[in-house]
Design a protein around this ligand. Structure first.
Ligand code: SF4
Ligand code: SF4
Length: 372
């Protein structure tokens, strides 16, 4: 099982699409109870977390999450030290403190998700001046420190983003090209629909940009290279093989979040939402955590086997009105049709040996939402 562990609510950046904004504007009618006593820092003893993970018969994966988890390297060290070697550790970070990573942490980390939104101007627009340069310098520093695990660039994508330019910049710049890239739409997470220009952007820029980017992805395959662009990989493999998926991020059934008080929720964004509590590390059996179901809209949707429901949080909380929600689904339908359109060529590239199907494989539930 995969577990996000929320170490702290503190962050050393203030990004435009900050997670905190999702809490400020929730209406009491939407959620019965928000636990306002939830501590802002992780309080359980590391031994309690170790004991919980030891009860998981699958090799557990811990994804350090925040706020910015590297503000609590002391906690990370105390969790890593003396833990079961079966446990794999991943990190979700904004990248600003990667140059100060303790070597004892580096040697146990196997995957780093680093937030970066594209080129310098775009990243700095969303995340603050100077952010891009610091991230790139720190990525080079991590490389020098000997980190040989995986790195995934994670973009948050909104109306300022040209998806083709942003992904190609990250993938093919000469200074620090990222081999794996994932992106998620800044959409349907908070009650901001009325203030957004989402409708025009998604129809005129994002969806056409996805068409171009899928074309670029396949053209690189013709040269024998499968770019590790997460929203295209597992999805295309499923289309090739008739595979289906429940919620692709795994929230609430394959990927849980351990909150700062040790309670367990379906997803890191659902911190303190008591009615969705799935267990607690002090007494729960990882095999018997409560499962959280999505809504009828997704269950009955024509492309549910492809999409999986996109985002449990959005389904349950409905931050956007129906019009906005439908536009997000339109983007999923566009992705589905575009990928379906290239499946015959991808299949023939595999048959001819130009690429291997195994190059489309990703680790499921590793922290990527998959459907943007
Ligand atoms: S496209 Fe929309 S309605 Fe359909 S499964 Fe995905 S999120 Fe749910
Ligand atoms: S995509 Fe999954 S992990 Fe991300 S906010 Fe939605 S439910 Fe949570």
């Amino acid at each position: 099982m995969h577990y996000h562990v929320i170490l702290t609510d503190e962050c050393n950046l203030s990004c435009r699409y900050c997670r905190g904004k999702t809490f400020e504007d929730l209406e009491p009618s939407t959620i019965d109870e928000i636990d306002l006593s939830m501590p802002s820092e992780f309080v359980p003893e590391p031994e309690d977390l170790h004991a919980f993970l030891a009860r998981d018969p699958e090799d557990p994966v811990v994804i350090f999450y925040g706020g910015e988890p590297l503000l609590r390297q002391d906690l990370i060290r105390s969790i890593i030290e003396g833990s079961d070697p079966r446990v794999r550790y991943y990190l979700y970070t904004n990248g600003l403190l990667l140059n100060s990573l303790d070597p004892r942490i580096i040697e146990r980390l196997t995957l780093i998700h680093v937030s970066i939104d594209g080129g310098e101007a775009l990243t700095d627009f969303y995340r603050g001046p100077g952010t891009y340069k610091r991230i790139i310098a720190n990525m080079k520093a991590v490389d020098k420190m000997g980190f040989r695990g995986g790195i995934i660039a994670r973009m948050t994508v909104g109306e300022e983003t040209d998806i083709q330019d942003a992904v190609l910049h990250l993938a093919e710049n000469q200074v620090f090209p990222f081999h794996s890239i994932h992106w998620q739409l800044d959409a349907n997470f908070s009650r901001d629909y009325e203030t957004r220009k989402f409708r025009d952007w998604v129809r005129k820029r994002y969806n056409p940009g996805i068409t171009e980017l899928v074309g670029t992805w396949v053209s690189r395959m013709r040269d024998g290279e499968v770019k590790r662009w997460y929203p295209f990989m597992e999805t295309t493999r499923d289309l090739l093989n008739g595979g289906t998926s429940a919620l692709r991020c795994g929230a609430g059934y394959a990927n849980y979040s351990i909150m700062p008080d040790g309670s367990i929720g379906p997803c890191p964004v659902m911190i303190g939402m008591k009615e969705y509590t799935c267990g607690h590390i002090s007494y729960s059996d990882p095999r018997a955590l409560r499962k959280i179901e999505g809504t009828d809209k997704c269950r009955t949707c024509d492309i549910t086997k492809f999409c999986g429901g996109r985002c449990l949080y959005s389904q349950l909380l409905e931050p956007w009105p129906a019009e906005g929600d439908d536009l997000v689904c339109e983007s999923v339908l566009h992705l589905y049709r575009t990928l379906k359109g290239v499946v015959p060529e991808v299949r023939s590239l595999i048959r001819s040996g130009k690429i291997q199907e195994s190059e489309l494989v990703t680790e499921r539930f590793n922290g990527c939402e998959i459907i943007p």
